[in-house]
Design a protein around this ligand. Structure first.
Ligand code: NAI
Ligand code: A1CAB
Length: 273
C-alpha cells in the first residue's frame, strides 16, 4: 500500500492523537499536514514531528490523498466549503470524525461523487487504545478503505459498520463511553470516602481497580459474566453489592442513558444538516 498524503483540517485533541499515532506507527512526517486558524494548536502539533502546518484549510488540502475533518460540528460547513474544490481535483478520500455530521450533509457541500468515510473515535485514542467505528459510502474504493483502516488503526481498534445509523449507537457506546466509566469511578471514590477512606487512597484504589478490571476484560479470553462470577463468593460482599445494583435498576439506568446519547446523536444530525 503506497503512503498517502494526509491533511488534517482542525488541529485539536483528536487530530493530535491520530497524527501522533501515525508518526509512531512510522508514517513519514513529510506526508502529513494540518490546518487550524489558531497558531497555538499548530505549534502543539509541530512538537510531535516536522509536519507542514497551515492556517488556510484549502492550502492544507491541496494535493492530499486523504483529508481528515477533525473540527467541531459547528464549524464543519465552513471547513467543507473551504476544501471542496481541492478534494474534487484530487479525488481525495474525506474522513470525518465529527459527531452528528451526516454523509448527506457532507455530500451537499463536496459533491455526490466524493468518497467519504464517517468515523466515530473516542478519547483513549490519545493513548493509542481508542475504539473507532467506520462507515464508508459506495464511492470509497478498496485502497481508500485500507487507508482509513490504517489511519484509525494507528490509535486503536477499528470496526466497520454497514449502516450510517449504526454510528449513533456506536457514539452512545464507545464515543461517549469513556465518560460513563469515569463517572462510575467518581461515584466509587465518593462512596469510599463516605465509608471512611481518605480521598487519595480511595482515588488510587479506584483507578487501579478500573485498570485491572479493564485489562482482565480485554486481555483474557474469559467472558465478562465468568469474570464477575470469579469475584463473587457465594453469600459474600460482591454478591451483596451486585444484588443492590440489580435491585436499583442499574441495567435500565445504563440502557436509558445510552438511548439518550443515541437520540441526541440523531438529533444533532438533524440540527446540523
Ligand atoms: N472528544 C471526544 O470524545 C470525541 C470527539 N469527536 C469529534 O472530534 C472532533 C474534534 O474534536 P476535538 O479534537 O475534541 O476538538 P478540539 O476543539 O480539540 O479541536 C478542534 C480544532 O479545530 C480548530 N478549528 C476551529 N475552527 C476551524 C476551522 N474553521 N478550520 C479548521 N480548524 C478549525 C480549533 O482551533 C481546534 O484546534 C469533533 O467534531 C468531535 O465531535 C469524536 C469522537 C470523540
Ligand atoms: O459528547 C459528544 O458529543 C462527543 C461525541 C462522542 C464523545 N464526545
Amino acid at each position: 500500500m503506497s503512503t498517502p498524503t494526509i491533511a488534517f483540517i482542525g488541529a485539536g485533541n483528536m487530530a493530535r492523537s491520530i497524527l501522533g499515532g501515525l508518526l509512531e506507527s512510522g508514517h513519514p512526517a513529510g506526508s502529513l499536514r494540518a490546518a487550524d486558524p489558531f497558531p497555538d494548536s499548530l505549534e502543539q502539533l509541530r512538537a510531535l514531528g516536522p509536519i507542514a502546518t497551515f492556517t488556510d484549510n484549502a492550502e492544507a488540502a491541496r494535493g492530499a490523498d486523504v483529508v481528515i475533518l477533525a473540527v467541531k460540528p459547528q464549524v464543519m460547513a465552513e471547513a467543507l466549503s473551504a476544501i471542496a474544490s481541492q478534494v474534487a481535483e484530487n479525488n481525495a478520500l474525506v474522513i470525518s470524525i465529527a459527531a452528528g455530521i451526516t454523509v448527506d450533509s457532507m455530500r451537499a457541500r463536496l459533491g455526490d461523487g466524493t468518497a467519504i468515510v464517517r468515523c466515530m473515535p473516542n478519547t483513549p485514542a490519545l493513548l493509542g487504545c481508542g475504539a473507532s467505528a467506520l462507515y464508508a459510502t459506495g464511492q470509497v474504493g478498496p485502497a481508500q478503505r485500507a487507508h482509513a483502516e490504517a489511519i484509525l488503526g494507528a490509535v486503536g481498534i477499528v470496526e466497520w459498520v454497514d449502516s450510517e445509523s449504526a454510528l449513533d449507537a456506536i457514539t452512545a457506546l464507545s464515543g461517549s463511553g469513556p465518560a460513563y466509566f469515569f463517572l462510575l469511578m467518581e461515584t466509587m471514590i465518593d462512596a469510599g470516602v463516605e465509608l471512611g477512606l481518605g480521598r487519595e487512597t480511595a482515588t488510587v484504589m479506584a483507578r487501579q481497580t478500573a485498570l485491572g478490571a479493564a485489562r482482565m476484560a480485554v486481555e483474557g479470553d474469559v467472558d465478562l459474566v465468568e469474570l464477575r462470577r470469579r469475584v463473587t463468593s457465594p453469600g459474600g460482599t460482591t454478591q451483596a453489592a451486585v444484588e443492590s445494583f440489580e435491585a436499583s435498576g442499574l441495567r435500565d439506568t445504563v440502557a436509558r442513558a445510552m438511548t439518550a446519547a443515541a437520540e441526541r446523536a440523531a438529533e444533532m444530525a438533524r440540527e446540523l444538516a
